[in-house]
Design a protein around this ligand. Structure first.
Ligand SMILES: *[C@@H]1O[C@H](CO)[C@@H](O)[C@H](O)[C@H]1NC(C)=O
Ligand SMILES: *[C@@H]1O[C@H](CO)[C@@H](O)[C@H](O)[C@H]1NC(C)=O
Ligand SMILES: *[C@@H]1O[C@H](CO)[C@@H](O)[C@H](O)[C@H]1NC(C)=O
Ligand SMILES: *[C@@H]1O[C@H](CO)[C@@H](O)[C@H](O)[C@H]1NC(C)=O
Ligand SMILES: *[C@@H]1O[C@H](CO)[C@@H](O)[C@H](O)[C@H]1NC(C)=O
Ligand SMILES: *[C@@H]1O[C@H](CO)[C@@H](O)[C@H](O)[C@H]1NC(C)=O
Ligand SMILES: *[C@@H]1O[C@H](CO)[C@@H](O)[C@H](O)[C@H]1NC(C)=O
Length: 462
């Protein structure tokens, strides 16, 4: 239609035509495999490209879980429809949960995403040819331990290492210092967000764009990969710059848009004088505060490079000796139990030995009521290899760490645990995981050794 023909149309019709043209022109097109941070446009529609299958995800970037939220409607009938609350053929609402929602389906002739009641709410739209870009994840971070101003935190595990089960006749157990496989070259990209619990992150929309508006507290002093257990590699963060005796909330975000379940932890009081240790190949799961004065600067925590050899060497020697004694049994040819093997025995013994060799410090001011605390211990009371120093409060090992070893190992090794009805409670936390009655598994109070609120009742060594 030429310009002079249009100019001859009645004025009202011309206005209508202009509006229709501009509506079509101003519809923002969404691109596949990308995220668009935006507000509701006018008119409130986005066009979706043609594709066999697309996952459309929406994340709200402000407000709390109680604020009235916009509604999102998607249609896969055409790229010119105007989907909204009135419904219609193939109009689907993307229902939001804690600020997050998605819809996956075919778009043979493209589609449209419509927004209603958005006001000025900022949000993100993700379009993917595979899985929704925005999602939530049941995994959560793992707390190692805290001091007054520091914390050790781990991401959920990823990339499980190949576990070699030894077999007869070449039944070879891991050495006392096991060889650690190469860390994954393309690790999962986790980002840590730590914020004082008083900032109320858990009542905000549980989306990465909303949570990221709260600047993360503290300083990530170090970030590295660590194979803490058989579950897989984890990103380990060493945080500094935290405030003593403060409750914190921690989230990890995967690939910038996937939000995991929060965990909580409390820093110790300012008089707490123990130091964090982790990254010991012979005790891979140990990552907590031990009665040592701070490591020589610039290190913040102890690891295998700066832990005094007088502490590490005896542990390695005992593990070596134990492994030698264990393999005098014809492991893999003969069986001492239908349930467990020499490899299980060695692993359980390692966990136990590490938990009892590294006394775990506790802070009476922030420990949960009824934790297995032993007040005023000298640092070398349990392990002569530790230098003496300020007395500390110990969090006793869980009795179950001992009984697990007893159950996993052959009798001839003579490994025994104290019995609850005699003196076990003097050296172990009794009744937390198991009930505390001799031989009863489970039923203890609180039935676990730690929870996601940073409460730790006894030292499991895990
Ligand atoms: C739109 O998606 C729905 C649900 O997946 C499907 O049943 C319907 O056939 C699709 N419509 C078109 C036009 O492809
Ligand atoms: C026995 O197993 C170990 C570890 O799996 C391996 O390194 C070694 O080469 C094996 N020895 C023989 C003789 O197969
Ligand atoms: C931390 O949270 C716990 C449990 O929610 C509460 O009892 C405690 O008073 C809080 N501590 C501080 C320092 O806010
Ligand atoms: C990891 O994600 C962050 C955003 O959360 C991004 O800035 C960074 O570039 C990503 N790193 C890699 C290696 O992909
Ligand atoms: C950070 O961790 C790496 C890997 O363990 C270590 O080599 C480095 O010394 C650490 N840096 C600090 C400042 O602790
Ligand atoms: C290793 O075992 C032998 C024999 O039981 C014992 O004499 C030796 O003291 C042990 N060494 C260590 C470091 O435990
Ligand atoms: C430290 O604890 C020991 C018992 O483990 C006790 O004999 C000693 O008096 C304590 N020292 C101080 C300074 O409290």
């Amino acid at each position: 239609m030429s310009i002079d023909r249009i100019s001859m149309l009645p004025a009202a019709l011309l206005l209508l035509l202009n509006a229709a043209l501009s509506a079509a022109q101003t519809r923002t097109s969404l691109a596949v495999d990308s995220v668009l941070p935006t507000h509701a446009p006018n008119p409130p529609f986005f066009t979706i490209p043609t594709a066999t299958q697309l996952a459309i995800s929406v994340a709200l970037c402000s407000g709390t879980v109680d604020t009235p939220t916009p509604r999102f409607f998607v249609t896969n009938t055409s790229s010119t429809a105007s989907p909204g609350p009135d419904g219609g053929t193939d109009v689907f609402e993307i229902v939001l949960d804690q600020g997050l929602g998605s819809w996956t389906g075919p778009f043979p002739s493209g589609g449209v995403l419509g927004v209603s009641d958005a006001a000025q709410m900022p949000f993100e739209i993700g379009v993917s040819s595979e899985y929704p870009i925005h999602s939530s994840d049941d995994a959560s971070a793992l707390l190692g331990d805290t001091t007054a101003t520091e914390a050790l935190l781990f991401s959920p595990p990823f990339e499980q290492p190949e576990i070699i089960i030894p077999a007869y006749p070449n039944y070879t157990l891991p050495a006392a210092i096991p060889s650690i496989p190469q860390p994954p070259s393309d690790p999962k990209n986790y980002t840590l967000i730590v914020s004082p619990t008083s900032n109320g992150l858990t009542s905000m929309q549980q989306t990465s764009c909303a949570l990221s508006t709260q600047k993360s507290t503290g300083i990530v002093a170090n970030q590295s990969l660590w194979l803490r257990d058989d579950l897989g590699w984890r990103t380990e963060w060493t945080m500094t710059g935290l405030t003593p005796q403060t409750n914190y909330t921690a989230y990890v975000i995967l690939d910038a848009y996937k939000v995991t379940t929060p965990i909580f932890f409390t820093t110790k009081s300012s008089s707490f004088s123990c130091s964090l240790v982790s990254r010991l190949p012979y005790c891979p799961s140990i990552s907590y505060a031990v009665p040592l004065s701070p490591p020589p600067s610039p290190a913040i925590t102890y690891d295998s490079t700066n832990l005094p050899a007088s502490i590490g060497d005896p542990i390695v020697a005992i593990l070596t000796n134990f492994t030698t004694m264990l393999t005098t049994f014809a492991c893999g040819r003969d069986f001492y139990s239908p349930l467990v093997t020499c490899a299980d025995c060695q692993e359980a013994y390692r966990t136990w030995l590490c938990a009892v060799s590294f006394s775990r410090c506790a802070d009476p001011a922030t420990a949960p009521p009824n934790a297995a605390l032993l007040q005023s211990q000298s640092p070398n009371a349990r392990n002569k290899a530790f230098p003496s120093g300020n007395n500390f409060t110990q969090l006793l090992p869980c009795l179950e760490t001992c009984t697990a070893t007893d159950r996993a190992c052959p009798n001839f090794l003579g490994f025994r645990c104290p019995l609850p009805r005699f003196n076990a409670a003097q050296s172990y936390g009794v009744g937390y995981v198991d009930s505390g009655a001799d031989g009863v598994m489970g039923g203890g109070h609180p039935g676990m050794w730690a929870d996601d609120f940073g409460n730790v009742w006894c030292n499991s060594g895990l």
